[in-house]
Design a protein around this ligand. Sequence first.
Ligand SMILES: [Fe+2]
Length: 280
Amino acid sequence: MARITAGVGSSHVPLLGVAVDQGKWQDDYFGPIFKGYEWTREWEKAERPDVIILVYNDHASAFDASIIPTFAIGCGESYKPADEGWGPRPVPDVEGAPELAWHIAQSLILDDFDMTIINEMDVDHGLTVPLSMMFGQPEKWPAKVIPLAVNVVTYPVPSGNRCWALGEAIARAVDSFPEDLDVQIWGTGGMSHQLQGPRAGLLNREWDNRFMDMLESDTDDARHIPHIEYLRETGSEGIEMVMWLIMRGALGKRVKTLHRHYHIPCSNTAIGHLVLEPEL
Ligand SMILES: [Fe+2]
């Protein structure tokens, strides 16, 4: 049977994609940020997941104001890097896992989650930057990817509670897939940041770390954080952190922390990274 073997949380800051593409792994600014991912890159080489369910948000690359799916699942064969204004990133195409993706889509919809099904789309930094952080610069990405896009750009965005419940439903879907597959789930986005307005540049080290503490614990307190708290404490774009709750919800009650990293600043955001393993 398929099984969820680990959960990864990570920011997906676009500037990190540029830094990777320009080979700035070691410089004074990016060095300390990338250093926090070295452990994970080694660990991933040993783990060799078959499939990654990659929870991210699109930044007006595949979707725009004409269509705003709350939760969308990619069931396609492959996805090209999106052109985000400077041409597509020079990274490999992303190979999909259509059989598992369709199974998850069916399971979620019959479990009362009304997913949007996407067969064709390009994927932007929200998805390709975490792949670069965790896998470096390979010729071909070492795992298949099921993109799971969440609207965190246009209000109203889904509640933390709904995201957590979606993670639980994803775990049930994976558990019922008959093929023997190691599946990781990644929750990306955040942490504290605000890109516009008088509070642009807002960072909140204390709140971000409390959030990571909550995800490491065996409580589900984080699912009940209201939107207004994310907005007040972590800025308008800090709401991206609800996507980490989908990852955490999929891991069950108890988790073991394998790795944790936090750094300020990265571009105009705080960067956070967690690797968790479900404890059965
Ligand atoms: Fe984002």
